[in-house]
Design a protein around this ligand. Structure first.
Ligand SMILES: NC(=O)c1ccc[n+]([C@@H]2O[C@H](COP(=O)([O-])OP(=O)(O)OC[C@H]3O[C@@H](n4cnc5c(N)ncnc54)[C@H](OP(=O)(O)O)[C@@H]3O)[C@@H](O)[C@H]2O)c1
Length: 313
């Protein structure tokens, strides 16, 4: 099969494209022929050696994809359209997927949409509904609001009755406004932070390096939901400063919220409903051929993307 792989950690130069052996299935796995593979920031951290990656020689990156089941002991599964968001070695034309990790797609959700919203949508869902759990009317802020998680999260929170603000690069402000974000602040310069301090009930921060600014934006008793480090490692936190203002930091990793077939599928259905009810729309994904993996990594790493990047085998 064709795969994007690498032998050593490093910058995007380490990525190679070529033949790799097809996976050998265990009894509880099915073989999925991938139609679209999701590229995520975590894949960059993994390629750099900064994040856990499943061991294999050579490494095959990627944990998210959508496609058809082509081999299974349970014959009724063959031909089903599925999504997976937490299965290793996804940067390949065939992936062995444990049955518990399958998300079976409803008829109205296309493979392209599923791969475009899977991991980031399920992330938005657990950040909003398991971590922040704000009441209607809450005033919330999303850093990098036009990113994959940001686009879905902002519309989800609006549909849930929140007042949504955010930050974006200059060239992405128009996209943010289209999402219904009330006011958009520049994401890479912070002169506005002082003026907006003590304004928000919740700040969603997937940039990491911006954690101190995010804390400043909070009202007393507010919370930062820290969920990523697209802009670099978060700084050391002064906890005395934090508790003297009754400010809080919550963190979470999607994997700890996807622990069974039932949980994956019920969470996915809750996410799909926002799309089926047209409460959320997303900008079309940017699509690269799997053989152009290096260009796709560079594009994501430089923050050029608006929304999802997909790889097509
Ligand atoms: N906790 C979890 O389970 C979980 C799951 C999925 C993703 N994540 C994390 O969520 C974050 C967002 O993921 P995503 O898939 O939405 O990524 P994305 O589509 O690339 O969006 C990230 C946004 O961050 C902004 N940004 C600000 N400073 C940046 C910098 N120095 N370098 C690159 N981007 C910068 C960019 O917006 P501007 O250009 O407008 O500034 C970009 O749109 C990532 O940190 C990712 O690791 C966490």
């Amino acid at each position: 099969m064709k795969a994007l792989y690498f032998d050593k950690f490093g910058d995007s130069e380490v990525l190679k494209y070529g033949e790799q052996p097809e996976p050998v299935l265990t009894a509880d796995e099915v073989l999925v022929k991938t139609s679209f593979i999701g590229l995520n920031f975590a894949d960059i951290y993994r390629r750099r050696g900064e994040y856990t990656i499943a061991q294999r020689a050579p490494y095959i990156n990627g944990y998210e994809g959508a496609g058809f089941i082509v081999e299974s002991k349970d014959k009724w599964l063959i031909g089903k359209r599925v999504l997976f968001v937490d299965v290793p070695f996804a940067n390949a034309s065939f992936v062995a997927v444990p049955k518990a990790h399958l998300i079976i797609l409803p008829d109205d959700i296309s493979l392209e949409l599923a791969a475009s919203i899977g991991l980031q949508g399920l992330t938005a869902d657990f950040l909003a509904h398991d971590l922040a759990k704000d009441q209607q009317g809450a005033k919330v802020f999303i850093s990098g609001v036009t990113g994959g998680v940001g686009q879905i999260l902002s519309q989800m929170l609006r549909a849930d009755g929140m007042s949504v603000y955010g930050s974006a690069s200059k060239e992405k402000v128009a996209t943010a406004i289209k999402l219904g974000v009330k006011e958009v602040f520049p994401s890479r310069e912070f002169s506005w932070v002082e003026q907006q301090s003590q304004q928000f009930d919740t700040v969603y921060d997937g940039i990491g390096s911006t954690l101190n600014q995010s804390i400043k934006l909070l009202k007393n008793r507010g919370k930062v939901v820290l969920f990523g480090m697209a802009g670099g490692q978060p700084p050391q936190i002064d906890f005395v400063n934090l508790f003297s203002q009754s400010k809080n930091i919550l963190t979470g990793d999607l994997w700890h919220f996807l622990t069974s077939y039932e949980e994956r599928n019920s969470r996915a259905q809750r996410l799909f409903n926002y799309f089926l009810e047209e409460k959320i729309t997303i900008t079309p994904p940017t699509i690269f051929h799997l053989s152009d993996g290096k260009a796709a990594h560079d594009y994501l790493e430089k923050g050029k993307n608006v929304g999802k990047i997909l790889l097509v085998p």
